[in-house]
Design a protein around this ligand. Structure first.
Ligand SMILES: [Ca+2]
Ligand SMILES: [Ca+2]
Length: 188
């Protein structure tokens, strides 16, 4: 491999060469690209947020819906402010989200708002009935959602701990962590 090619790849993927991490970044990019035109725009983030809110059965005045919209908007702004382009392509996305400090500053709020809206009855537990429609709205295939839920709900109680789910989303986003959540999401 030529040095130039190595440098190009390094820039394209924020310096992360690991295949699994590239796969997960690609997957997240595709999930966020709601209209599937290959670039991320403000409309994609709004569309994904609306889809999740609808799936969770939250109405427009629900604070959880407002929080989810705000987190998606903040996510978009973090991309937009880091790039001169108005549309964010995969290499730009990969470089921005893999940067040190991105997750605690932007991703954490996103993970929290997603878990909050999942926990519709607010009992601190996410049942499969709560989990399934939201994850399908995020863009995951139904069988993958089932497998992911089962991998969390190891005692088969039918619900997963809300805090545990926030940690799972964080794992999916943190470029330094590889674990069971990412494995199920990327490979299942
Ligand atoms: Ca798009
Ligand atoms: Ca619940």
């Amino acid at each position: 491999m030529t040095t130039l090619l190595v440098i190009k790849q390094f820039i394209s993927y924020g310096g992360i060469m690991d295949m699994d991490i590239s796969d997960r970044i690609r997957l997240r990019f595709n999930l966020l690209d709601a209209d599937g035109n290959g670039v991320l725009e403000a409309e994609d983030f709004a569309a994904v947020a609306d889809r999740i809110i609808l799936a969770a059965g939250a109405d427009a005045t629900d604070p959880k819906a407002a929080a989810l919209r705000a987190a998606h908007d903040r996510y978009w702004q973090s991309l937009r402010s880091a790039s001169p382009a108005e549309r964010i392509d995969l290499p730009a996305y990969a470089a921005i989200v893999a940067a040190d400090g991105w997750f605690p500053q932007y991703g954490q709020q996103y993970a929290q708002s997603l878990a909050d809206i999942c926990d519709r009855d607010g009992d601190g537990q996410i049942s499969f009935t709560e989990f399934q429609p939201v994850m399908v709205a995020v863009g995951f295939a139904a069988d993958k959602v089932q497998r992911l839920f089962s991998s969390f709900d190891q005692d088969g109680s039918g619900s997963i701990d809300r805090a545990e789910w926030v940690a799972g989303i964080a794992e999916f986003y943190d470029p330094t962590v590889t674990g069971s959540v990412t494995e199920v999401l990327v490979n299942a």
